[in-house]
Design a binder for this molecule. Sequence first.
Ligand code: PLP
Length: 398
Amino acid sequence: MNEIAPTMPSRVVTDRKSAIYLDHHATTPVDPRILAIAVNAMTSEFGNANGIENIHGETAAALVARARQQIADSLAVEPDEVHFTSGSTEAIQLALAHAVASKGEVLRVAVSRVEHKAVIDTVCHAERLGLAKVFWVNVDQHARLDFASLKAVLDQDIDLLCVMAANNEVGTIYPLQQIADAAQAAGAGLLVDATQAIGRIELNASTLSWDYLILSGHKIYAPKGVGALVSQVFDPSLQFGLHGAHLPTPNVAGIAALGMACQIMMEEGVAESLRLRALRDRLQEKMIALAGPVIVNGDQDNRLAHNLHIAALGAPNDLVLARLRGRVSISTGSACNAGAQEPSHVLRAMGMAPDIAETCLRIGLGRFTTDDEIGRTATEIADAINDVRKMLSGVIDV
Ligand code: PLP
């Protein structure tokens, strides 16, 4: 096997050389070390991992086994708890379908109002089909879980509680231990959507128990199209009956990449977060100084280190993004809401006034973000915000 040592990667080169990429909550570039693993699995060790009658199949199967072990090690679970999917959305849907099938009658599912649409749309769809009844848990103005609301909901005989480990828009990190304790005390199962948090916060089964944990490759520098449902209880044959009757050919390259991505996150996640926190804090200071009045959203004491979510008062975000197009890639919110005119459900759940919500910008730093880029970005974004304000006050033309 072609071992790739996890050394510091060289700078990722994109074809958009002048555009600075700061939208790492939407997706991440593939780390060159992970790319090497994937390319190796597509070119040298390309066998069918189900066809272990020959050396090619055996080698591919070994790559899958290795990835399973790497993911298991990073979460302190057993390898057979790792079920590969095409990403978080599929893992969420499998988990919920499994929970519905296990219950055998209407699933009473509690969901925080700031969950990703992948969870919200799935539980709402299940409710429309008569398979689930949804209970909503409120959050406060920083997107922190309202524990009084959680308790009131859990008192209603809930089967499964769905909570994200960290929010994909404002970065708020959730106190999973406290949440898991509350769920356990109420006899509810727990689904943790760790898509944004994996490797960025302490998260493993030696301190936390869950029924379903969700992760996705493209948020942690692996390619798109691979993810995992990590679960001791999941049984692939249960929810569809026919599912599991035949093993699909595994996406060996994606799976091998996901394994390496988790290993790198386990080894480097803490140091990476420290570096990104310092860069983020510098960017935040500059935004306040150069583009005020600015409100910083999310839980200031407990948010993802690479997240900066601001309301640039008086500057509608679509106009700001239009000015930044081709120079700095940031977003107005989650990928699902980007481009849509309606305010994000997360900001609404936080009780944010619509005129403030429409000025919100989500900035997501990443592994390859440099000091220099932060300096240039601060000026670019501040100039765009100030231009929009001036334009709207009639000082300059469009
Ligand atoms: N959950 C969260 C918190 C996310 O941020 C995302 C993607 O943005 C998803 C789920 C869906 O992930 P995927 O793109 O892998 O389907």
